[in-house]
Design a protein around this ligand. Sequence first.
Ligand code: NDP
Ligand code: BG6
Length: 517
Amino acid sequence: MVSSALDSLQNFSFRKDSDEILPDPDSVHVAVSKEDWHDEVLSIVVVGASGDLAKKKTYPSLLKLYEENLLPKELTIYGYARSSKTHEGLRQHLYPHLIKTGTSEHIVNSFLERCFYYSGKTYGDESAYTSMIGDLAKFESTSESTVANRLFYLAVPPNVFGESGMVIKKIGMATTGWTRLVIEKPFGHDLDSCNELLKTLSDDFDEECLYRIDHYLGKEVVQNMILFRFSNPIWEPIWNRKSIESVTITFKENIDTNGRGGYFDKFGIIRDILQNHLLQVLTLFAMEPPENDDADSIRDAKVEVLKNMEIISLDDCLLGQYDGYSDDSTIENKDTNCPTYAALRCWIHTPRWEGVPFILQAGKALDEKLCEVRATFKPAKTLASVQSVSKKIEPSELVLRLQPNPAIELHNNTKIPGLSTSPMKSKMTMSYEDIPDLSNPDAYTRLLLSVMRGDQGSFVRDDELRRSWEIFTPLLHAIDDTGVRPLPYKPTSKGPEERVKWMEKMSKATSPLQSSL
Ligand code: NDP
Ligand code: BG6
């Protein structure tokens, strides 16, 4: 299985005779300055290379980095899984997914020549690892560089993280460079399982080696949040309870569980989207200015938000399930109470946010695909002429739209042009679509680059993860233990009808701390 990997790599020459230009190994994309690791050897091992994530996200993102000259010249990518495949078999398996990215066939083929496949009996198979890592080490030894780095991407279910980690620790660690592990969610099911999972890898690896991916942290608008907020001083005076009435973070999908019902029914929308993706966005929106711009300062500031967040209870929550959800043949429990829609109200007890309701809502099989943060400002109190106009003055809003059509919008009232003195809603928009020649890489592409650069700022730290489960576990257990029934809603609707009144009530409510003052 492994024999020809090194030979074919050694015979590989980067430039081929062709009219088409291959990535120039000596040039690095302007957006990223050349860093030491570009001149070092890099071996990437995709553990679970036969799976869905690997073909849909991991390899296509690596291809994009390769196409943009963002990977080292001396690069090789090893796939590992239990399924039996040849190197060529893996390449054929990946090809349609790579070509779909729009990258030219020539570059795809050049990339695939660097991809190899190894199989083992289990994810902890020492003999298979010895053979793969032996070849990897031979590849490293042919390099002029004295530093060889190794990145292991765990694209496997969490039940095999432990055995994968152990064998990597025993056989796979780099001796002259860094070793980093990328891990995919779900990072547990509740606080206890999260703690177990954290322990599984922390016994063998320091936190600095572990990169827990939440792909929402790689989306352009999310990556922009810190810079947008802290580099424009106009925001700081109004980014607080004095000016903001409520903040709503919405995730909507117009697809249902899409054949993943078996997986989804064990998790539900709160574990799938709210406890991770939306909570990450909330912490970036709500955090205090970090002391520095390094990864730990950013994550310290996010953890501070979580520490000050109240534990969520069932009373803070509206649950829904779309009609026909359990018709999915992969769902065993036809009487399941798994929520496919949830809206939650959260409180953050800090001087900045005391009394401001943060509403998180997410749903599958809704009317549209959308993800946005909407800060609603307090109503205008002054200006007699404004108060006297008959038309209702709408509150101003700041909208950060992650998808579709990423944009930052400020919704304001302006006078209807002409003789009228009545107000109309207007928008000041920064749309990413209007930026010429914009390159908007996939979230995974950005995050993989961050791993190689050793930038952990966009990855979830252990204490952050633990606290996020502390906030959500009582609610999740209450849903499981009480068997509470979610409200029904029609697929393609906006969610349960009751949500309109719930939202109105929750976004005006006072926090328990405020009402006890
Ligand atoms: P898959 O179910 O496709 O699993 C990946 C590979 O792992 C499979 O090809 C299989 O390889 C092996 N595998 C599967 N189940 C088991 C098992 N029970 N025991 C041992 N090995 C197993 O998963 P995905 O690729 O979809 O996801 C990988 C990880 O990424 C998961 O943790 C998932 O939750 C997470 N994730 C996935 C997303 C996606 O879009 N797919 C999105 C976000 C996160 P073989 O049999 O060849 O060993
Ligand atoms: C994943 C969830 O983490 O995010 C999926 O498991 C969801 O259920 C997906 O569809 C949404 O990601 P995106 O980037 O398409 O918004």
